[in-house]
Design a protein around this ligand. Structure first.
Ligand code: FA5
Length: 337
């Protein structure tokens, strides 16, 4: 009986594989798996065998049946897919071009910014995204309880460890690790506990700049930022310095660009109360307390620092009306750049 089951298994397998249409497959099914098929008859006859034989032959027959059901399913899938016997591929057709990806716009702009500052003598420094409270706040003249911490509230890993809310923390790390002079930029991702809207995200990018030397003035800061912004946006760019408060600089300024969308009238992007200006960076002269925190002598050294929001720069230059578009992974947006 075992031999007969094996023979039926082989014949059935071949019959299903050779079926070229649905009718042939149905007749093979009836012949090998139908109620009146030989295999079904064999299974019915098991009851006449001794218990030992019944177990051995029954297991063998059930395996063969399961195998043939699998072959039937494969043949059905093959016919449903329309694969007819015979050659089906036209090897003369042109090949399908695999889609090629490219870098994200924010990433390539970061590299471009690094290039502009490299030309102005700045080297690139990096620091961790997960930062100590000391580097993110305290050493930047914002001790615990300082009200300015609330304006850059972030996400905390523990009481003393947070996701950095700005790249200014890298200033501290660099000054702690080397004596002056310093001339660096620090590009990187930053995080804020922020209500998201067209110009605010909870995760975005900044580029920090720091220059420390014997004789550095506010005029040097204005000069370098004017140079950078005109190189980035073009020589016609209209820039405004307005007094602003950051605890780690004195004096401090915010640098605004005239909105490219409304040409200074005020719109949904720059905000109806902005007067048509969009803030793109903060800057100022390094506060003596910051120098003291890192062990630099504030009587001997002077410096300026700035921090710019990369997404805001890109939105203005490329006409992207909503910061969320950078992070929704909509290929219709990303493929444009
Ligand atoms: C700072 O983060 C300061 N650390 C910058 C600085 C460095 C000042 C050195 C002085 C000296 P501010 O919070 O203003 O400052 O952010 C800097 C820039 O980041 C803003 O001008 C803006 O362009 C961008 N920015 C701020 N918050 C967001 C946000 N939620 N989403 C997108 N961009 C933002």
């Amino acid at each position: 009986m075992i031999e007969r089951i094996d023979a039926l298994r082989t014949e059935g397998e071949r019959a299903f594989a050779d079926s070229g249409d649905v009718a042939a497959l149905e007749s093979a099914r009836v012949r090998f798996l139908g109620r009146k098929s030989e295999l079904t008859g064999l299974l019915r006859g098991l009851k006449d065998l001794s218990p030992e034989e019944r177990a051995a032959v029954g297991a063998h027959a059930n395996k063969a049946r399961a195998h043939l059901e699998q072959c039937l399913a494969e043949a059905e899938a093959r016919l449903a897919g329309g694969a007819a016997p015979g050659p089906t591929r036209d090897v003369t057709l042109p090949g399908r071009r695999p889609p090629v990806g490219h870098r994200h716009l924010i990433d390539s702009v970061l590299e471009e910014i690094e290039g502009i500052f490299a030309g102005l003598g700045f080297s690139v420094a990096e620091g961790p995204d997960v930062e100590s409270d000391w580097h993110a706040f305290t050493a930047l003249n914002m001790p615990e309880g300082h009200p300015a911490r609330a304006t850059t509230d972030t996400f905390y890993v523990s009481r003393d460890v947070c996701l950095r809310p700005h790249t200014s923390s890298v200033q501290i790390r660099v000054m702690e690790s080397q004596p002056p002079p310093v001339r660096i930029i620090c590009p990187g991702r930053v995080y804020r506990n922020e209500a998201v809207d067209a110009t605010h995200h909870f995760e975005f990018h900044q580029v920090e700049g720091l220059y420390v030397d014997r004789d550095v003035s506010l005029a040097d800061l204005k000069g370098i930022l004017d140079r950078f912004l005109k190189e980035f946006f073009g020589p016609e760019t209209v820039i405004r310095f307005a007094p602003s408060y950051y605890p780690f600089v004195e004096p401090g300024a915010s640098v605004d660009i005239r909105c490219f969308f409304c040409k200074g009238k005020g719109c949904g992007v720059c905000g109806p109360l902005s007067g048509g200006w969009l803030e793109v960076l903060g800057a100022g002269m390094v506060h003596p307390n910051v120098f003291r925190a890192v062990g630099y002598d504030p009587e001997a050294w002077m410096g300026y620092a700035f921090g710019m929001g990369v997404e805001r720069l890109v939105m203005l230059r490329h006409g992207v009306p909503d910061i969320r578009m950078f992070y929704q992974n909509d290929l219709r947006v990303l493929r444009q750049f």
